[in-house]
Write a protein of this length. Structure first.
Length: 341
């Protein structure tokens, strides 16, 4: 696959709206693209007409290396365009997270095949942006591969480690009353606000590689009307973790358990990753599908584009970086397969 074809296919894929839950059309585009190139392709159902695309260069036996990423995107969708700034930039939802990566991985597989290497698999999944249901399904299909090269925007640097996630919901309860007589009620909102402020003083766990745990308050709900003392309120906290969540939950309950109750919403563990000597590495605060694809082999994380641009209103990736990603993927796969030989 030449560079022009790579960018053309990337734009065609970006131009399909595959906001999480709407991935079917994009999945069909990917599956047809691979079938036209002679890959063995499986459309693995996930839910609601959505499916993963799992492919191989040869009849299914254990591939040595599997390239993987996701093709769902966050809203709002916007189509592709190329601008000169002064180099070429490819804009569009998914340019760096992660449709540009996906096509670069196919281009790398094509180059490896042209060099006579057929021990390559491809695992492209839905749902990464909302709970990784595609990755969880794909893990049941694992074929005994040795290495998983997962693609996310890392500026083409190898990930040394990624943080985990712990989402917790704080729930406060009160007693409704007329706002002219606040003494007759108990404000759940006041209790929730007090809890949120108190958590600012907690010293959260830290790790010598991943750094200190941090969090954000992403959602707050509560109250029934401006003139009613609020009987209920809740907030969701998103922790970027460096270890197991038990210590976090204990700290929350110890600090604000007299004000709120704590509910677990989501836990994704931090991950230590496989690296390749001589390649630049970095530690990343975001999470990936890797914890849910553990049966596909030792994990490697690398991809074009910057996470600072992912999910933004002007998501883009430098065209040169998309093209360089193909070289990076080929080099990593070649090194890993030589270790396996």
């Amino acid at each position: 696959m030449d560079s022009l074809t790579q960018i053309r296919l990337t734009r065609e894929l970006i131009d399909i709206d595959s906001t999480t839950g709407r991935e079917a059309e994009a999945g069909e585009f990917i599956a047809r693209t691979l079938e036209q190139r002679g890959y063995d392709v499986v459309r693995q159902p996930v839910a609601d007409g959505r499916f993963n695309v799992i492919a191989a260069l040869c009849a299914w036996g254990p591939p040595a290396v599997v390239f993987s990423t996701h093709f769902d995107c966050v809203p709002p969708f916007f189509p592709s365009r190329i601008e000169e700034n002064p180099g070429q930039r490819l804009y569009g939802r998914g340019a760096c997270d992660a449709k540009g990566t996906l096509i670069a991985q196919i281009a790398a597989a094509e180059r490896l095949r042209a060099a006579g290497e057929t021990r390559i698999g491809l695992v492209f999944v839905v749902g990464e942006e909302r709970g990784s249901d595609g990755a969880k399904a794909a893990n049941t299909f694992a074929a005994g591969s040795s290495f998983l090269i997962n693609g996310e925007p890392t500026d083409n640097r190898l990930g040394a480690a990624t943080r985990g996630v712990y989402r917790a919901r704080l729930k406060a309860t009160g007693r409704a009353a007329h706002s002219s007589l606040p003494g007759l009620g108990v404000s759940a909102i006041d209790k929730l606000v007090d809890a949120i402020v108190a958590l600012r003083s907690v010293r959260w766990p830290e790790d010598p590689v991943l750094g200190r745990t941090f969090y954000s308050v992403g959602l707050i709900n509560g109250g029934v009307a401006p003139n009613v003392i609020s009987p209920a309120a809740d907030a969701e906290l998103m922790f970027r973790t460096v270890g197991a969540p038990g210590e976090l939950r204990t700290a929350i309950e110890t600090t604000v358990g007299h004000l709120v109750t704590v509910e677990d919403v989501l836990h994704v563990p931090p991950v230590r990753l496989t690296t390749v000597p001589g390649m630049e590495t970095a530690v990343f605060s975001f999470t990936t599908d890797i914890p849910f694809l553990d049966r596909w082999g030792a994990p490697v994380l690398v991809g074009p584009g910057s996470v600072t641009l992912a999910h933004t209103a002007n998501e883009y990736c430098e065209v040169a970086e998309l093209q360089r990603a193909v070289d990076v993927y080929v080099a990593i796969a070649t090194t890993l397969m030589s270790e396996r030989s």
